[in-house]
Design a protein around this ligand. Structure first.
Ligand SMILES: *[C@@H]1O[C@H](CO)[C@@H](O)[C@H](O)[C@H]1NC(C)=O
Length: 179
């Protein structure tokens, strides 16, 4: 059983500060400490719910064609595969079908965390997602809050796909280096 949820990881790591202070002065103070700061590695695990049908779709699906189709998403991220499991954040952003020959997406997303230690912190993803392949790897290009100056990799693997509704649950493992 995959039990290393975001919350459990939150309990295992000892943060320098429980919450990143916000505002330009706080960010300047944070930067001034960087020369002596040690970079750390954080691992996150959650499930991404792509809800394209039903009463409350979390993705717009305006066209039956694929290439050129752009969707805006606000997908829940949960600690477990079940849609009702603990919400840890949202994946908010834009996905676009960008291949004439394959099913693949350009993903430009913010992972906006809303629970535990990372509540209020974000990670930004820009990457290539050939979603019919078993493993997809997307770069984490930055972050905010406790994830300032983050860089890393998100690995995505489809956990469930409902052919009738088109809804999918995607397991994400994220590794980020940050301060
Ligand atoms: C997350 O932070 C917001 C804003 O500070 C707060 O209102 C909310 O209660 C927090 N949520 C959790 C689950 O801690």
């Amino acid at each position: 059983m995959l039990s290393c949820s975001l919350l459990i990881i939150s309990l295992l790591v000892t943060p320098i500060q429980s919450e990143a202070q916000k505002g330009p002065i706080a960010v300047e103070n944070w930067f001034s400490k960087l020369p002596n700061a040690k970079e750390k590695l954080t691992k996150l695990h959650f499930y991404f719910h792509d809800i394209v049908s039903g009463k409350k779709p979390t993705k717009t699906f305006a066209s039956p064609t694929y290439f050129g189709l752009v969707s805006v998403i606000d997908n829940p991220l949960t600690a477990g595969t079940a849609p009702k499991s603990q919400i840890v954040g949202r994946a908010q952003g834009i996905t676009a079908y960008t291949s004439f020959t394959d099913f693949s997406l350009l993903m430009t997303l913010n992972l906006v965390f809303t629970s535990g230690e990372y509540n209020g912190s974000t990670l930004s993803v820009v990457g290539y997602n050939p979603f019919t392949q078993e493993y997809r790897e997307m770069p984490i290009v930055g972050g905010s809050g406790l994830f300032r100056l983050a860089r890393g990799v998100a690995t995505a693997q489809t956990a469930k796909f409902n052919r009738r509704t088109g809804n999918a649950v995607v397991e994400y493992n994220v590794m980020v280096l940050h301060y």
